[in-house]
Design a protein around this ligand. Structure first.
Ligand code: KG4
Ligand code: ZN
Length: 350
């Protein structure tokens, strides 16, 4: 009988993490913060044919992949199922049908092994990717979070306490990259393709910055920038002129990313915090990584950047956040449900 109050907290637990919120079915095994294995089966190539993620296709792909990806993770970790001390799983936010596949699998596994089930918020997973890069990392630090669904600067006060310092009032940075990619005729997922094209161009077009001007608080907005890119391209097309696509990509990239890097470092200085971390798919962007590095080193701030594969969706970050929850004794019940949308403040401040 599964009884979450009966579990003891061990040191250096073996945690199996499962992620299925979007188009990646992923499973990883960690011992403490050390990654023993990390497996992903992605349906992104199939989704690309439709220009974005089709939820039903994602759910079916997860159903096909989840058993295989977990078997591989356990095998490659060099452990047996009996060695697992806890199962951590993304319960939200994400596509409901997709989340339910990973969640159902995780529940069955935790129940069968009689180990704690741990509910992981996907956003906190992205934040916890930083601990994979440096297992000695301890809060407080300032975190730049930039994914397909969220863009924010956070004060990470402890392993489980956060304060939102700045966020976006409309689209997320990743979403803006995906939309800009579509305007430029680039395939899904847009971010890496915009980055590649941008590397061939010059940032010589004056697009509006993602930083909201004259706001009492630091705030980002991507709708004005996105509209500007669309209008710029359409105007040239209507006049029969060639769109300098690489210059558009480079100019968009700077307008979208400079304020994120600059404000993150500004907050670190203002809060007297000596470490900056980052997480989320957009942090895989080389231009942003370079800018963060430059700004942090100018200010004598230590920068912890997860490897690129741990910026985009993966299960190692879910297991890493699972470790924080495990150590805090936050175990889930078997009636845990998937949640499609969780507001940022609720994700991190509660
Ligand atoms: O964190 P993630 O994998 O999934 C979400 O939780 O949303 O982020 C996906 C987002 C997509 O919008 C994708 O275009 C963007 O991250 N992304 C990038 C890059 N790689 C992924 N954006 C800019 N440059 C990149 N290299
Ligand atoms: Zn994500």
């Amino acid at each position: 009988m599964y009884d979450k109050s009966a579990f003891k907290i061990k040191n250096n637990p073996v945690i199996l993490g499962i992620e299925s919120s979007c188009d990646e079915t992923a499973c990883a095994v960690l011992r403490g913060r050390k990654i023993l294995s990390d497996e992903i089966i992605s349906s992104a190539a199939v989704q690309a044919q439709y220009g974005g993620v089709v939820p039903e296709i994602a759910s079916r792909a997860h159903t096909d992949a989840v058993d295989e990806v977990c078997r591989r993770a356990v095998k490659n970790a060099g452990i047996s199922y009996g060695d697992i001390d806890a199962v951590a799983v993304t319960y939200g936010a994400g596509l409901l049908g997709a989340l339910l596949v990973g969640l159902s699998f995780a529940k069955a596994l935790a129940f069968t092994l009689n180990v704690p089930l741990i509910a992981v918020n996907h956003i906190r997973g992205h934040i916890s990717a930083a601990y994979l890069d440096d297992d000695t990392l301890k809060p407080p630090f300032i975190t730049l979070l930039a994914s397909g669904g969220h863009t924010a600067i956070l004060h990470t006060k402890s392993f489980t306490e956060f304060e939102v310092l700045a966020s976006t009032s409309d689209d997320a940075a990743g979403e803006a990259f995906d939309k800009c990619a579509r305007v430029l005729g680039l395939a899904y997922p847009g971010g890496p393709n915009v980055q590649r094209l941008a590397a061939q161009g010059d940032a010589n077009i004056n697009f509006p910055s993602a930083l909201v001007k004259n706001s009492a608080h630091t705030q980002f907005s991507y709708s004005g920038l996105k509209t500007s890119v669309i209008n710029y391209c359409h105007n040239l097309e209507q006049k029969g002129e060639v769109v300098p696509r690489a210059d558009v990509a480079a100019s968009f990239q700077q307008a979208a990313l400079n304020p994120l890097a600059d404000k993150t470092v500004e907050f670190a200085r203002r809060y007297g915090v000596t470490t900056v971390t980052a997480g989320g798919g957009v942090i895989a962007n080389d231009y942003l990584r370079g800018r963060l590095l430059q700004k942090c080193s100018q200010s004598g701030i230590k920068l912890i950047l997860p490897e690129k594969r741990y910026c985009t969706d993966n299960a190692a970050m879910i297991a890493s956040e699972g470790y924080n929850q495990y150590m805090a004794g936050n175990f889930a019940d078997m009636d845990l449900n998937a949640v499609a949308a969780i507001p940022l403040k609720q994700s991190v401040e509660q």
